[in-house]
Design a protein around this ligand. Structure first.
Ligand SMILES: NC(=O)c1ccc[n+]([C@@H]2O[C@H](COP(=O)([O-])OP(=O)(O)OC[C@H]3O[C@@H](n4cnc5c(N)ncnc54)[C@H](OP(=O)(O)O)[C@@H]3O)[C@@H](O)[C@H]2O)c1
Length: 256
């Protein structure tokens, strides 16, 4: 674990922090002294991990929900951030999912719009709306979640999802150059195949086992394998000279 005071006094926003990778990212930021506004997802479920409620009771975590697929969803999250923080030091755009597997010939207009709105448009909107607060932050950093599929193309039925992750990757690089003069760094974490609810929904056990065999380190990833990469890229002390990069966290699944 990083030093428990690494993010002391800093304001961090994590989207999609109710489970999976985002939940572990939020936990590690809290463990390193940050105040964290945790966007849990579409709803505030009652079966939250205890540490989140404890941190909320202590005024270190602020829990909120917003559906990025509903009109005004991102703006309602932005309102929640503004009501808690005068400035933001770290923004982690992590919420997203494949939505479903859509063979190219069967993809409907609605499927297409949904996947793009959730994984691509929401990142642009959230970034735009947080920029005024990030500009007031100390050594501000944005860390976006992309995917191994952004480079490798993804598996059948995931073409639009994979393309949205490639969009976010390129968007982040352009933004890194644009915002560098203001001292705002922008980087991405690109998870490989990580054992979260994500694959419970979109991959069979047989598919996951076949994938596992292709991973040089011999196992699927865990959220705990990913979270330190986010903290590293968010920390001026650890990565202050790194911007516009994509950190691949995949056990060697993609070596190129
Ligand atoms: N797991 C992997 O192998 C893998 C690989 C590469 C990239 N990724 C990316 O990593 C990120 C986190 O994935 P994960 O594996 O941790 O998945 P997860 O466990 O399914 O978590 C996804 C998060 O996104 C939120 N979300 C989904 N739909 C939403 C909506 N309409 N509005 C607002 N929030 C919404 C979820 O909230 P709800 O609880 O409301 O659904 C949840 O908090 C995603 O961007 C994913 O694309 C994952």
């Amino acid at each position: 674990m990083y030093h428990p005071a690494l993010f002391k006094g800093m304001n961090v926003v994590v989207t999609g922090g109710g489970r999976g990778i985002g939940l572990e990212v939020a936990r590690q930021f809290l463990d390193c002294g940050a105040r964290v506004l945790v966007h849990l997802g579409r709803t505030i479920a009652s079966d939250r991990p205890e540490f989140l409620d404890l941190a909320a009771a202590e005024g270190r975590a602020f829990l909120t929900a917003a559906d990025f697929l509903s009109d005004g969803g991102v703006e309602s999250l932005a309102d929640a951030v503004r009501s808690r923080f005068d400035s933001v030091d770290v923004l982690v755009n992590n919420a997203g999912t494949m939505v479903g597997r859509f063979p190219a010939g069967e993809l409907t207009d609605d499927d297409y719009r949904t996947v793009v709105k959730l994984n691509q448009t929401s990142v642009v909107e959230m970034t735009r709306t947080m920029l005024p607060l990030l500009r007031k932050g100390t050594h501000p950093a944005i860390v976006n979640t992309v995917s191994i599929s952004a480079r490798a193309g993804g598996s059948p039925g995931s073409s639009i999802y994979s393309a949205t992750k490639a969009f976010v990757s390129t968007y982040s690089k352009a933004l890194a150059r644009e915002l560098a003069p203001e001292g705002i760094r922008v980087n991405c974490v690109s998870p490989g195949t990580i054992a979260t609810d994500f694959h419970e929904r979109y991959s069979t056990p047989e598919k996951l086992e076949a994938t596992r065999k292709t991973i040089p380190l011999g196992r699927l990833g865990m959220a705990e394998d990913c979270a330190p990469a986010y903290l590293f890229l968010a920390s001026h002390a650890l990565s202050g000279y790194i911007t516009g990069q994509v950190l691949e966290v995949n056990g060697g699944q993609l070596i190129a």
